[in-house]
Design a protein around this ligand. Structure first.
Ligand SMILES: [Zn+2]
Ligand SMILES: [Zn+2]
Length: 317
């Protein structure tokens, strides 16, 4: 049977299995199947965006292959397929850890990542919500080495299938405990905290498939679950467009709002209720302007509508 058909079958069955497991063993019992933005995620991101980006990235990689001679050397083509898959699983996951961590610390690249953090319900489907430019960067970097190193043709399909299933798993609303495996592999236990509206958990648990990176590099957040549980998710920025309908396009456009606009939102939020008159013509008073560092910190802390710098925010916890 065609490997692509098998891949599609595995992804569909995995989605159904996780959906059923979410109903049977929910981590957050109040989450609904057809929650906010379900259709945006399923139709906009999962079906249409995945298909369109698949075409664009394939064309890019064909172009890359045609303009280099690297693939002709087939550096790893003679390796057993499973070793090739393992190589790309580990190396790409380390890259994703680094890039993901960088995105949380850089106000421009955070713009491409905040859509992924926007859902107030983390479930089997919500992981697909990622800005198309973020996916374009990450998947081009994921698949280009396979082409350039002359990997076997089945490797991208197997790796792509594992990534899709793992992506569903780490976001799934399933009360699963991996035990000591959690020190190596990532699962919902740690990734749900990455999405949690809990300032102590911000900028922690960057791993995708391997939690090992977080434990090695000091970014693991894994409180005792007997006493503490993630129960709210999303962004503190209440202006982020959510819902169905045209939300897919609005979420993409939101990444390109002006920096001045963000500062104005911070000012408005910080001064809500003040007796002083609002600044004329929408200008941000110089006294209210945040330094780039403060704006960066607030943005990274998912607080674009909160003038409190990150350290002050931490002190409130
Ligand atoms: Zn993140
Ligand atoms: Zn996620």
């Amino acid at each position: 049977m065609n490997l692509q058909v098998i891949s599609l079958g595995i992804m569909t069955l995995s989605a159904l299995a996780m959906l059923l497991a979410e109903r049977r063993w929910p981590y957050n019992a109040d989450q609904q199947l057809f929650r906010e933005g379900f259709w945006t995620d399923f139709v906009g991101y999962c079906l249409l965006q995945s298909y369109a980006l698949g075409v664009v990235i394939t064309v890019l990689l064909f172009w890359l292959n045609a303009h280099t001679t690297w693939s002709a050397h087939s550096v790893i083509g003679s390796w057993p397929v499973w070793t090739q898959v393992l190589l790309f699983l580990v190396t790409h996951d380390l890259y994703i850890y680094c890039f993901h961590r960088f995105q949380h610390g850089n106000r421009f690249f955070w713009r491409l990542h905040e859509a992924h953090h926007s859902t107030p319900n983390v479930d089997w489907l919500s992981g697909v919500r990622s800005h198309s430019l973020e996916i374009l960067i990450n998947q081009t970097i994921e698949f280009a080495p396979m082409i350039l190193l002359g990997a076997s043709p089945e490797v991208p399909i197997i790796k792509g299938t594992i990534s899709a299933v793992w992506g569903m798993f780490i976001h799934a609303n399933i009360d699963i405990r991996l035990g000591f495996l959690q020190f190596v592999f990532n699962g919902p236990e740690m990734h749900r905290w990455h999405h949690a509206l809990d300032r102590e958990a911000y900028d922690m648990n960057f791993g995708t498939k391997f939690a090992l990176w977080d434990w090695l590099f000091g970014t693991a957040f894994f409180p005792d679950r007997k006493t503490r549980k993630a129960d709210a998710y999303g962004l503190e920025d209440k202006n982020f467009p959510l819902g169905n309908g045209t939300a897919y396009f609005k979420q993409h456009a939101y990444a390109f709002r002006s920096h001045a606009e963000t500062q104005q939102e911070m000012y408005d939020h910080a001064h809500a209720g003040d007796a002083a008159p609002a600044p004329a013509d929408g200008a941000v008073p110089s006294s209210a302007k945040l330094s780039d560092d403060a704006a960066d910190a607030a943005s990274r802390a998912k607080l674009p509508d909160d003038a409190a710098p990150r350290e002050a925010a931490r002190a409130e916890v």
